[in-house]
Design a protein around this ligand. Structure first.
Ligand SMILES: *Cc1c(COP(=O)(O)O)cnc(C)c1O
Length: 407
């Protein structure tokens, strides 16, 4: 490979990735080297407005100066000691999360999938120790078309064939029901049900918003049957839908809250499980752990990422501009659009099945300076950083309207 070239082109980096990387993604061919706020710059100096936000991990905007400074300061003091010793930053994050969410306890991990695994373990432990389910009989109810991550246990309860093919045998103990139907949940509950795990909006499934009142009903059913309600708000949480949590839209408080992605401010992976004493209070030393979970660098970044989100009004901006964005998108006159749906700045433009798939429109948008990614086959997901402005939304809508005129 021509390693001596001074200014390497996108093709060079693409070639390098294709040659030496596992091909477990199908990215748009754009090679980004810088980011600031909603804007990304590729290696040829072209600018793009980011409408994906790293699947909502960058709600605060790229390279937010306050989070970056917090990271740099902490990186020169202390990065990791493991949980074998205590550090002076983790308690501060716990207290901040408690103050913000009201949950008694926090269990910090790194990736979203790990936090989901942690919640599964917590629910099972609660099922045995509190609910009195017979050993190894605990069941967790999940929803069709869910996305909770990529580990072996988590794909065990996926309904997406591509996520599962050739990865069995799978972890037992999960029951799958349709999403958005409270009756189906009630019918599926048995005395061995420990928990239901769901996304308040199914992001990866194509921004599926359940019927109004669904989360409220799930909450009531769980309470009535002594079943834990566990919300995966890794994508929908931390301001994305215009409230701190998507469950807040229905004033619903899950027993277990799973967060990740934007907790990192896009800088340093961190996820967490939140709950009251009744669940996380059951963990004892040795039950669970992670070498990097709860490290001081992650704790500092997460604290600052939360502060920035709140102090800079990003959640309100997501509510206000999310509504505006959806209104403007609904005005687009294109034969390809079937529906525009979403909440706050988590929006899906659903295309008709004869539109030829969302990918070609995403590629056309890239050529016009907007980055978004098809979700499933027929949905263009629009989820820009929460710092986007009205003028930037207007520009995105104009470009999208033009692209959607393609035959
Ligand atoms: C992204 C995501 C996950 C997995 O998070 P990772 O950090 O990629 O492991 C889990 N649940 C939801 C809803 C997600 O959007």
């Amino acid at each position: 490979m021509a390693d001596t070239l001074m200014n390497k082109t996108s093709d060079y980096y693409i070639e390098l990735e294709e040659r030496f990387g596992a091909h477990n993604y199908h990215p748009l061919d754009v090679v980004i080297e810088r980011g600031e706020g909603v804007w990304l710059t590729d290696v040829e100096g072209r600018r793009y407005l980011d409408c994906l936000s790293a699947y909502s991990a960058v709600n605060q905007g790229h390279c937010h100066p306050r989070i970056r400074q917090a990271l740099v300061n902490q990186a020169s003091r202390l990065s990791l000691v493991s949980r074998a010793f205590r550090n002076d930053q983790l308690g501060r994050l716990y207290a901040r999360l408690h103050e913000l969410t009201g949950y008694d306890r926090v269990l910090p991990m790194n990736s979203g999938a790990e936090a989901v695994e942690t919640a599964v373990k917590a629910a099972r432990k609660w099922g045995y120790q509190v609910k009195g389910i017979a050993p190894d009989r605990a069941e967790i109810i999940v929803c069709r078309d869910n996305f909770h991550g990529r580990t072996t246990t988590v794909i065990s309860f996926s309904t997406e064939e591509a996520y599962r093919r050739d990865f069995g045998p799978f972890t037992p103990g999960f029951k799958i029901i349709p999403y958005g139907k409270a009756d189906a949940l009630e019918a599926a509950i048995t005395p061995e049900t420990a928990a239901v795990l769901l996304e308040p909006i199914q992001g990866e499934a194509g921004v599926i918003v359940p019927p109004d009142g669904y989360l409220r009903s799930v909450r009531d059913i769980c309470t009535r049957h002594n079943v834990l309600m566990m919300a995966d708000e890794i994508q929908t949480g931390l301001g994305r839908t215009g409230r701190l949590f998507a469950c807040d839209h229905e004033e619903v408080r899950p027993d277990v809250m799973i967060i990740g992605k934007a907790l990192s401010g896009g800088f340093y992976p961190i996820s967490a499980v939140l709950s009251d004493d009744a669940v996380l209070g059951l963990f004892r030393p040795g039950d669970h752990g992670s070498t990097f979970g709860g490290n001081p660098l992650a704790a500092v970044v997460a604290c600052e990422a939360l502060d920035v989100l709140i102090e800079e009004g990003m959640i309100e901006n997501a509510a206000r501009l999310g509504e505006y964005f959806q209104e403007r998108l609904a005005e687009i006159n294109s034969p390809h659009i079937r529906e525009v749906r979403g909440k706050g700045l988590l929006i899906g433009v659903v295309l008709k099945h004869d539109a030829g798939g969302a990918r070609r429109f995403c590629e056309a948008l890239r050529d016009r300076g907007i980055l978004c990614k098809e979700t499933r086959k027929h949905v263009i997901r629009l989820a820009p950083p929460l710092v986007i402005t009205r003028e930037e939304i207007d520009w995105v809508v104009t470009q999208l309207a033009e692209v959607l005129q393609m035959p």
